[in-house]
Design a protein around this ligand. Structure first.
Ligand code: PLP
Ligand code: SF4
Length: 358
């Protein structure tokens, strides 16, 4: 694989100089760079199909800052998923009994404008110290209910291979941890980081290793992404994907249809379609739940079942994720069900027996 160096853009002025904010006025962005991390690289720039209006492009929109981010709505929350309420020690979020998040990095390869952790990620944010990591691993060791450890961040795959290896090594030695999962944007947004060295480290996991890639649009799939996914699979990882439903990016059944089919074609099982979280300054990305449901209904039954992710909402306040898809079955007063088919026709369950039948 080519290890071409990425050009990185880390500020409004870097982006302006590269012509990625055409028509922008620096003062529109005055406080933005200081408020939220900016991170774009040549990999993602190469997938922007509309150079004239990159902010309207489904990839450009995900990464290029917009003055709309300075608009705040009252319902927006600093910690929209309520992780802090479930953090017994620094770096751990333990909200569900059998699994924890282990946030091993506060930095990312790129910065997504709609990020639900945008207040916590980026250069200058507090990082997990060696002492914190030690305490977090000790918590996992001391908690037998933890069946699965989910490495997240920031992005866990920006850590050095050596650091990742030492974490996997510790997890290998905890008998009650049966599964390790990694949530990462790197295979899609910075695939050159999926090096032979990194893959040789992933191979050292004694537990099944699931890598959940974050991808929102078929345009993000390049030859280097395909190659990175192939390498991950060759290292024994099982691949899943998560996407965020975003206005102007993928709020269209045709776009998601082609994304999910393409992913299955690359041996990646679509896992979650997230309803966007109430992160500050992300109102321009937000769609309503009815729109999300209508999109999922359009896909249900027309798209192979293996292509379909679950459409989930992380309930604000730390109450966890639940599926919010349309419910096809309604209970009747008599305790029977009325069940809708994919064309909207309603059927009784159990089927009503007419007089004379049988
Ligand atoms: C999303 C999430 C998980 C993982 O949930 P799954 O439904 O198993 O994918 C675990 N812990 C927290 C705090 C989460 O937000
Ligand atoms: S890679 Fe993940 S954590 Fe990092 S900015 Fe994007 S959504 Fe946020």
């Amino acid at each position: 694989m080519s290890v071409a160096r990425q050009t990185r853009y880390k500020s409004v002025s870097d982006l302006e100089q590269a012509g990625l904010l055409p028509g922008a006025c620096s003062h529109d962005y005055a406080d933005l760079g200081a408020r939220y991390a900016i991170g774009v690289n040549s990999q993602v720039v190469g997938t922007i199909a509309d150079p004239v209006c990159p902010l309207q492009d489904p990839v450009g929109r995900q990464y290029l800052p917009s003055p709309e981010e300075l608009q705040r709505a009252p319902e927006e929350l600093r910690d929209p998923t309520g992780d802090e309420a479930h953090s017994p020690v620094t770096g751990i979020v333990h909200r569900y009994p059998d699994r924890v998040l282990l946030k091993i990095s506060n930095i990312c390869a790129v910065y997504c404008r709609y990020c639900f952790r945008r207040e916590m990620v980026g250069p200058g944010q507090e990082t997990l110290t060696d002492a914190d990591l030690e305490k977090a691993l000790a918590y996992i060791e001391a908690t037998p209910a933890i069946w699965e450890v989910i490495l997240t961040g920031g992005d866990p795959l920006v850590l050095s291979a050596r650091r990742l290896e030492s974490i996997l090594d510790r997890l290998n030695r905890i008998a009650h941890v049966q599964v390790v999962r990694i949530h990462s944007r790197v295979p899609v947004a910075d695939p050159q980081r999926i090096t032979k060295t990194l893959c040789s480290v992933l191979k050292t996991s004694a537990k099944p290793l699931y890598v959940v890639i974050h991808i929102n649009h078929p345009q993000e799939i390049t030859e280097s992404v395909v190659e990175a996914l192939r390498e991950l699979r060759a290292s024994g990882c099982s691949l899943l994907s998560q996407s965020v439903l975003l206005k102007g990016v993928n709020d269209d059944a045709r776009v998601l249809d082609s994304l999910f089919r393409a992913l299955i074609g690359l041996h990646v099982k679509p896992y979650y379609l997230h309803h966007p979280d109430l992160a500050p300054g992300t109102g321009h990305f937000r769609v309503d739940i009815e729109t999300g449901r209508a999109i999922m209904r359009a896909l249900q039954g027309r798209l192979s079942g293996i292509c379909l992710p679950r459409y989930v909402l992380d309930i604000p306040g730390g109450f966890g994720k639940v599926p919010i898809e349309h419910c096809y079955a309604a209970v009747q007063e008599d305790g029977d069900y009325l069940v809708e088919d994919i064309d909207g026709r309603v059927h009784a369950y159990p089927p009503r027996v007419r007089a004379g039948d049988g």
